[in-house]
Design a protein around this ligand. Structure first.
Ligand code: AN7
Length: 344
């Protein structure tokens, strides 16, 4: 049967109210891409769950189809979220699909261009906050408590329901859960969702390696970070809303949450691209974490099945590439010049 989106496919596993009215862009069903070359270096079966191939280019679409379906079904007319960018684009797209007004609050100057462009293209009212994501989140929480506007951040339980489907898909492809699941952690909705999904699906449990950026690592430091900083702007978050649940997932799974440097993140981004998978910086954090842990000898991937979750597409943040590389060579439009520059 043709694919009709993740609510349709996994409806029996999702705790959505009867009033939910499905709004879908056929999100989910993303590929689990084998990475044989890179896997050999770790001596493991390595896969990338490439969430950048969702309709708006990130995993947020999984939660958004659920949250918007519920909001529409109960008669909401306006939705709002705080975002480091991907949630904004996703919320805007699903709101557009449903005919709702969408308002997104983003930290001023700290959202990658592909995400901002998406939010604008889908028709969101974009408001920049002179502050961090965490400040923006407090504001949307307050306004949704005092007005009928619907909140679609991952505090919204239906976001978690939708995002659980990524772990179902991994189990469906591998026939069981992997040994390790490595993924970036920002506001901690995704790690919470994966863990809930694996527990519910009963196809085995992975150990979970959650990875934060060093400059935005409240769950590693054990306290909020007032001024989070990282080139991985998607996870530039200092007070994760689901921090407790993220720590629980790490603990229950006999995994952990670690921090990696921006340099390690960029290195991992390059390595993924060198095997044909271009992801945005935050999305490379899972691999960066796996590399850091195996290098230290504190994670033995040998003979294991490892899934690295790549949460967003590289095209979300093109500037991180174009600003740090030399502009391509310019030559006259003739054959000799071409031969000369190619050197074959
Ligand atoms: C590519 O869009 O928080 O730990 O506002 O965009 O569930 O927050 C994005 C987060 C990882 C972290 N990778 O996920 C937002 C936002 C990418 C992301 C995360 C985000 P959570």
């Amino acid at each position: 049967m043709t694919y009709q989106g993740l609510i349709h496919r996994y409806r029996l596993y999702l705790d959505l109210p009867a009033h939910a009215h499905t709004i879908s862009l056929l999100e989910g069903d993303t590929p689990l891409i084998p990475m044989p070359r890179l896997g050999r270096e770790f001596g493991c079966d390595l896969f990338v769950k490439f969430e950048g191939l969702n309709p708006t280019g990130s995993f947020k679409d999984r939660g958004m189809t659920a949250a918007i379906s519920e909001a529409v079904g109960r008669g909401a007319k306006t939705i709002i979220c705080a975002s480091t960018g991907n949630t904004a684009a996703s919320a805007a797209a699903y709101a557009a699909r449903a005919g709702l007004r969408s308002i997104v609050l983003i930290p001023e100057g700290k959202v990658a261009v592909g995400k901002l462009a998406g939010a604008i293209a889908y028709g969101a009212e974009v408001i920049q906050i002179q502050g961090s994501f965490d400040d923006a989140l407090s504001l949307v929480v307050e306004i949704t408590q005092k007005t009928p506007i619907a909140l679609v951040n991952s505090i919204n339980p239906y976001r978690i329901e939708g995002q659980k489907t990524a772990s179902f898909e991994i189990c469906d492809v591998l026939s069981s859960a992997p040994d390790w699941l490595c993924l970036p952690v920002g506001n901690a909705g995704n790690i919470t969702s994966y863990w809930a999904g694996f527990k519910q699906y009963q196809k085995g449990l992975p150990r979970v390696l959650g990875v934060q950026a060093e400059g935005a690592a409240p769950l590693v430091l054990g306290h909020p970070v007032e001024k989070p900083e990282t080139i991985a702007t998607a996870i530039r978050i200092g007070k994760p809303a689901r921090g407790e649940q993220a720590l629980e997932a790490a603990h229950e799974s006999d995994g952990r949450i670690i921090a990696v440097s921006d340099a390690q993140i960029l290195d991992a981004q390059c390595i993924l691209a060198s095997e044909g998978v271009w992801v945005e910086p935050a999305s490379a954090a899972g691999l960066a974490g796996l590399m850091a842990e195996t290098a230290k000898g504190s994670l033995d991937a040998k003979g294991k099945t490892v899934v690295v979750v790549c949460t967003g597409h590289g095209m979300k943040d093109p500037s991180i590439i174009t600003e740090s590389f030399q502009a391509p060579k310019v030559i006259p439009a003739n054959y000799e010049a071409l031969l000369d520059v190619i050197g074959e």
